[in-house]
Design a protein around this ligand. Structure first.
Ligand SMILES: N[C@@H](CCC(=O)N[C@@H](CS)C(=O)NCC(=O)O)C(=O)O
Length: 205
């Protein structure tokens, strides 16, 4: 298996977490987004959207972290990362979508703003994005009341949030102490071997 990867990409990290959880071996192909390698004709043949990650498994070429992770869970079902009942599976998918579009994306805007030269940072915008991120965490905290994981057992839903949860402090987001269910969840996630492995690979351990 080959993963077209840019290590800082949270969507690539989401797939790397699943590959690690399932103990699958694979080769990484570095796609340098800073050199626009994702726009090369060869890469666009793999993913017409010009985005990482892309997974190649034998003849299969799959793009988009959510589709890749579902493919991996179908093809390599041990350990399973989605519950059986259709309603729960739909909930996993809804959380993944929510993580990608309303959490990871918002953290990305925050990250981009904070990386600007100091005199170009729009601090009001930073505060606005930080507020958005906290509102998602508040929503998750209410949902996690009485639960260890978002949907039944540990699943793709939890993994979809993990990459950005791991760098909240780097984003200047201080987790409010009242969000104790989220705090316990992050602790639980951080202790999983797949997360420890990713942090080591990214020199963040
Ligand atoms: N929905 C896609 C999003 C992938 C995505 O946005 N990847 C970014 C890196 S974090 C990318 O490749 N950006 C390059 C570009 O847009 O030119 C997924 O889940 O895989």
């Amino acid at each position: 298996m080959k993963l077209y990867d840019f290590p800082l990409s949270p969507y690539c990290q989401k797939v790397r977490l699943v590959l690690a959880e399932k103990e699958l071996s694979y080769d990484k192909v570095f796609v340098d987004l800073t050199k626009s390698e994702q726009r090369s004709p060869e890469f666009l043949r793999l993913n017409p959207y010009g985005k990482v990650p892309v997974l190649i498994d034998d003849e299969e070429v799959i793009y988009d972290s959510t589709f890749i992770n579902e493919y991996l869970d179908d093809e390599y079902p041990h350990p399973p990362l989605r519950p059986e009942p259709s309603g729960d599976r739909a909930r996993v998918r809804m959380f993944e979508d929510f993580a990608d579009t309303s959490f990871t994306a918002q953290c990305g805007l925050l990250y981009a703003e904070q990386r600007k030269p100091e005199d170009q940072i729009d601090h009001e915008r930073v505060q606005h994005y930080q507020g958005d991120v906290i509102r998602v965490l508040e929503f998750l905290d209410r949902h996690l009341n009485g639960k260890e994981y978002l949907v039944d057992e540990f699943s793709l839903a939890d993994l979809a949030f993990t990459p950005r949860l791991l760098i909240l402090s780097q984003l200047g987001v201080e987790l409010p102490s009242r969000l104790r269910h989220v705090s316990a969840w992050i602790k639980r996630l951080s202790q999983r071997p797949c997360v420890e492995q990713l942090l080591k690979e990214l020199n963040m351990a």
